[in-house]
Ligand binder design. Structure first.
Ligand code: NAD
Length: 294
């Protein structure tokens, strides 16, 4: 398979490198980053996409996806796969998919979970929307770049799964941080709280795998001064996408909305920018009941 890769940032660059290491020919392009060794540099998005069997995009948001897609779709070969691995709003994912189908291309929305560590080590999880046939065709690539892929259904389903997952993650991360601060003030040892909760009904990925308390549970960004990991601003981005979708579908997501407000305040009005999403714990340590999160 002959692959074009557009968007060689923190995630895209190691994903492209892993495809090269697996023996694929990859042509890559980014407006700000040079192609790494082994990836042939494309001069622009159009050259990178023209004549490829599969074009992968890993871009910041729905607007950049729409812009790149509008440029490359008319140049791609009929039957080629356009696989967007960025996290974008469901409406943009479906609009790009519709444009692809009009041009006889096969679109996939395939956002990832696993962060930069997963991108580096080829252990991402892909959640994939589009036709089952396009998914089967792209499966060998998911197997190189990731450890798991889940076919979720029609176009937009991958992005839908991603924002539902991350809405749960945002809410459980805040709840886990709140429980540590409550335990502190009750005089309960943090390790004891972890030992109980991680094997009881309060367990979650936030507690068990990504514990926000330094020195407790498996190694996580909390043990590294809250350097991301999964940054608070990316959490805010995904929570906002979940709230945009909830509004579009008229769903009451009170906890998702509240988690969005808390991360917005943390990132945009306090000192959360550049910190891991689990840094909500030290934020709460210095707060008291009645402090307003908008
Ligand atoms: P990033 O900002 O490091 O990379 C995006 C790249 O796209 C940049 O290098 C930028 O120059 C490039 N770009 C922007 N517009 C372009 C255009 N028109 N043409 C070509 N290149 C263009 O971001 P990232 O951390 O790699 O994340 C990429 C996507 O993956 C985002 O949608 C993000 O939400 C999602 N994601 C990130 C993580 C993470 O931990 N970083 C985890 C899961 C999902």
């Amino acid at each position: 398979m002959n692959i074009g890769f557009i968007g060689l940032g923190n995630m895209g660059l190691p994903m492209a490198r892993n495809l090269v290491a697996a023996g694929y020919r990859v042509v890559g392009f980014d407006i700000a980053v040079d192609a790494p060794d082994g990836v042939e540099p494309g001069s622009d998005a159009i050259e990178t996409a023209t004549g490829r069997d599969v074009v992968i995009t890993m871009l910041p948001d729905g607007d950049s996806l729409r812009q790149v897609a509008a440029a490359i779709i008319p140049e791609m070969e009929p039957g080629a796969v356009l696989m967007d691995c960025s996290t974008v709003d469901v409406v943009s994912a479906r609009a790009v998919a519709a444009d692809c189908e009009s041009a006889a291309l096969r679109p996939l929305d395939a956002p990832v979970s696993g962060g930069t560590a997963g991108a580096d080590s080829g252990t991402l999880t892909f959640m994939v929307g589009g036709s089952a046939e396009a998914y089967e065709r792209a499966l060998p690539l998911f197997e190189v770049m990731g450890r798991k892929s889940v076919y979720c259904g029609r176009s937009g389903s991958g992005q839908s799964a991603k924002i539902c997952n991350n809405m749960i993650f945002g809410v459980t991360m805040i709840a886990t941080c709140e429980s540590f601060v409550l335990a502190d003030r009750l005089g309960l040892d943090r390790q004891k709280l972890f030992d109980v909760v991680s094997t009881s009904s309060g367990h979650s990925w936030s507690m068990n795998t990504y514990c926000p308390a330094p020195g407790v549970g498996p190694v996580s960004p909390a043990d590294n001064g809250y350097r991301p990991g999964f940054s608070a601003e990316l959490m805010l981005k995904d929570l906002r996408l979940s709230q945009q979708a909830a509004e579009d579908c008229d769903v009451d997501t009170a906890l998702g909305r509240h988690a969005t407000d808390i991360y917005a305040q943390f990132v945009e009005q306090e000192d959360g920018l550049g910190k891991d999403c689990s840094a909500i714990l030290p934020r709460l340590e210095s707060r008291h009941r009645g402090a307003k999160s908008r």
